[in-house]
Design a protein around this ligand. Structure first.
Ligand code: GLC
Length: 677
């Protein structure tokens, strides 16, 4: 055998000895995790189940096994960009704004872009998506949420997780579970029945799990009087056994309340410190109160997603000082903000603005320039590198054109009214904001904004109102103005984005992911027992009737319903064909410009006790050229006709006649029929 061959063989053997078996990329993530686990001692294992002080909001330092480093885990916030006081990042539109696009590709892009920036900053665990539903319309974190409907939230959660984890970053779906209010969030017990959870509050988490989410964050609150991070029923039974979660559960920051119950009932990682899962956990293991096999299960649940997301194979050389902005991300942030802007009202076709006819535009309201509303507060708050206010954005758009744009803040009112009166058109920017830690007092705009809009509308018939805010908002002046738009939290590119919609560069196609009530008396959680709870006990007594389901069941007509949104063109629905496997119909663009429609499929279960009148079971964003028709087909599975059966603790198919509603919102039903299942 010649020398070179011998040398080659020796090198090969040496290399195989130097590279541990768990670094073989050909093995499955769980096999690699098993092999690494077998090489770790108890201290090395326990070093990974709690946080340490470090530069990220959550840190688990690296350690070396068999001469090879286990990567650090750098955890960072997230739902609308790299947060926690980090700078030189993109301040994206809020997650709720992206859900408002009803565009699954948009959510996938959003998740991927934020994950790219997280990686650029050296983070490899992104603390999002946040999929708690907007049960409480005043909820302080609704801007981070995926709206009020489990089906819409599920489809969006799936794409968010795919987008994030495709970038070799572990996604963390949060907050498990029933964390639907900020008021007394660390004490309140959400008292919810099993069916309501499986049909309303769990589906978005289940969708994230089916998309392979690596981590779940358990929440601050109690569920049925047991803290979420030590709740055997919701963690070991519901999340792991019934929903099939195989990754790791981390606590919210400070949400761990014990060592032995938490470890045995399903928590894998205490964040951000080691007060319960440090020395106390080692003691419990040595006493046999937490078994070695449970410790191994904890580690496998942590290591497997690390291998699955290639944290061992693709080095992450980022750090918090890197500038992760880019022209591509700036452009995408602007586009997504436009895409997530809902056209709520457009009488007299006042929109889009006609540049050929306009000479003077009045931009009014503090939110128009003095205090632009672009992002919510708390751990999800992103520091914008700059803010393009609505006034600046409109100025940018008309520069070089023969159009004058002038601005006046909310006060003095007389100045704003005079400017409106003397202009061809008045665009009033109003809104409010909210933050983690506090719910909004009410749904009003406040700060004299309703007075401002009413006064402007009286002085100027061509008035458009643009709202920015964290969720549903009241509009007592809605019948006084011909045009209304809502952009929720639009991010740093706010002004450029709204200008693109106002002038028709982007044709509005967004739809409301939450119901906008006429008044607070209409909302589903309208008793203190339901919200904010009495003696820290919040009763989910509305059960399945959350969001639009409530308005339907109570025959209440909201101001703007779930799923509502207009375009600059119009659409006709026709030719409904029904079966229990497919619902199809035609949509025709009956206008003169291209646009996107979002047909929605709702099913009404057979008349039975307390079934919601209809539930969302399909939607699709479809782009149609003028006078063209598209055939849309929604495919149905037995799951769509099922309810959660609390005796079987599983889904059960319902037989009978189902109402079929095809609508351009939950209220605006364009086609209907009956299908037998
Ligand atoms: C916060 C939030 C959670 C966040 C975590 C880390 O309290 O509830 O969403 O990811 O702590 O900042």
């Amino acid at each position: 055998m010649n020398k070179s061959l011998i040398l080659f063989l020796v090198l090969g053997i040496a290399l195989s000895l130097a590279t541990p078996s768990w670094m073989n990329v050909k093995d499955t993530p769980s096999d690699r995790a098993q092999k690494l686990l077998a090489r770790m001692n108890l201290d090395q294992k326990l070093a990974m189940v709690h946080g340490y002080a470090g530069p990220y909001v959550g840190d688990i330092p690296s350690q070396t096994v068999d001469g090879t480093k286990i990567p650090t885990l750098n955890l960072e916030d997230s739902p609308q960009g790299v947060a926690d006081g980090v700078t030189k990042v993109t301040c994206w539109p809020s997650a709720l704004t992206i859900v408002t696009t009803w565009d699954l590709h948009a959510m996938h892009q959003f998740g991927g872009a934020i994950a790219e920036e997280e990686r650029g900053k050296g983070a490899n665990v992104l603390l999002g998506p946040m999929v708690n539903l907007a049960r409480v319309p005043m909820g302080g974190r609704n801007f981070e949420s995926f709206g009020e409907d489990p089906f819409l939230a599920s489809k969006m959660a799936e794409q968010s997780v795919y987008g994030i984890q495709n970038k070799s970053v572990i996604a963390t779906v949060k907050h498990w579970v029933n964390n639907n209010q900020e008021y007394n969030r660390t004490l309140t017990s959400a008292n919810v029945d099993e069916r309501t959870n499986f049909e309303i509050y769990y589906p978005a988490f289940k969708a994230a799990i089916d998309a392979g989410v690596g981590s779940v964050m358990c929440s601050y609150n109690r569920i049925n009087n047991t803290y979420a991070c030590e709740n055997e029923e919701t963690l070991n039974v519901d999340l792991k056994q019934r929903l099939g979660f195989k990754g790791f559960v981390m606590s919210d920051w400070g949400a761990t309340h014990s060592t032995i119950p938490a470890a045995n009932n399903g928590l894998e990682m205490q964040m951000p410190d080691d007060s319960f899962f440090g020395a106390k956990l080692k003691q419990a293991v040595q006493n046999g109160q937490v078994s070695q096999s449970r410790v191994d299960d904890m580690l496998l649940r942590i290591l497997t997603p690390m291998f699955a997301m290639k944290l061992f194979d693709i080095p992450n050389n980022g750090n918090l000082s890197v500038d992760v902005q880019s022209p591509a991300h700036t452009k995408l942030a602007r586009y997504l903000s436009s895409l997530g802007t809902v056209l709520l009202k457009n009488e007299k076709n006042i929109l889009p603005l006609d540049e050929s006819k306009l000479k003077t535009i009045a931009v009014l309201g503090d939110a128009g320039d003095k205090s632009p509303i672009i992002a919510g507060g708390g751990s999800g708050h992103v520091i914008p590198p700059y803010i393009i206010s609505p006034f600046k954005g409109i100025e940018n758009y008309v520069s070089g054109k023969n159009i004058q744009v002038k601005y006046a803040p909310t006060n003095p009112l007389t100045e704003a009214v005079a400017l409106a009166k003397s202009s061809d058109i008045a665009i009033v920017f109003v809104g409010t904001t909210s933050s983690e830690g506090h719910d909004r007092e009410d749904l009003k705009l406040g700060n004299g904004q309703d007075v401002l809009v009413a006064a402007i509308a009286q002085a100027q018939p061509n008035t458009i109102v643009v709202l920015n805010g964290p969720g549903a908002m009241l509009m007592p002046w809605h019948d006084k103005v011909p045009g209304i738009l809502c952009g929720f939290m639009p991010g740093q590119e706010s002004g450029n984005a709204i200008a693109d919609v106002l002038f028709g560069k982007i044709i509005p196609s967004a739809r409301l992911p939450v119901t906008f009530p006429v008044s607070e008396s209409q909302i589903p959680v309208n008793t203190p027992a339901q919200y904010p709870g009495i003696n820290n006990e919040a009763e989910y007594s509305e059960k399945l009737l959350m969001g639009y389901r409530w308005y339907d069941a109570k025959k209440e007509t909201p101001l703007f319903p779930f799923g509502h949104g207009l375009s600059y063109t119009t659409f006709k629905y026709s030719n409904l064909k029904l079966s229990n496997t497919a619902i199809s119909f035609n949509i025709t663009n009956t206008g003169s410009i291209a646009g996107a429609e979002v047909p929605q499929l709702y099913l009404g279960f057979p008349a039975g006790a307390n079934e919601p009148p209809k539930v969302l079971r399909g939607f699709q964003k479809v782009h149609i050229h003028p006078h063209e028709s598209h055939e849309i087909t929604f495919h149905l599975s037995s799951k769509d006709f099922s309810i959660w059966d609390i005796t079987k603790h599983d889904w059960s198919v319902v037989r009978g006649s189902f109402n079929v509603f095809v609508g351009s919102s939950s209220e605006n039903i364009r086609l209907k029929g009956v299908v037998k299942n």
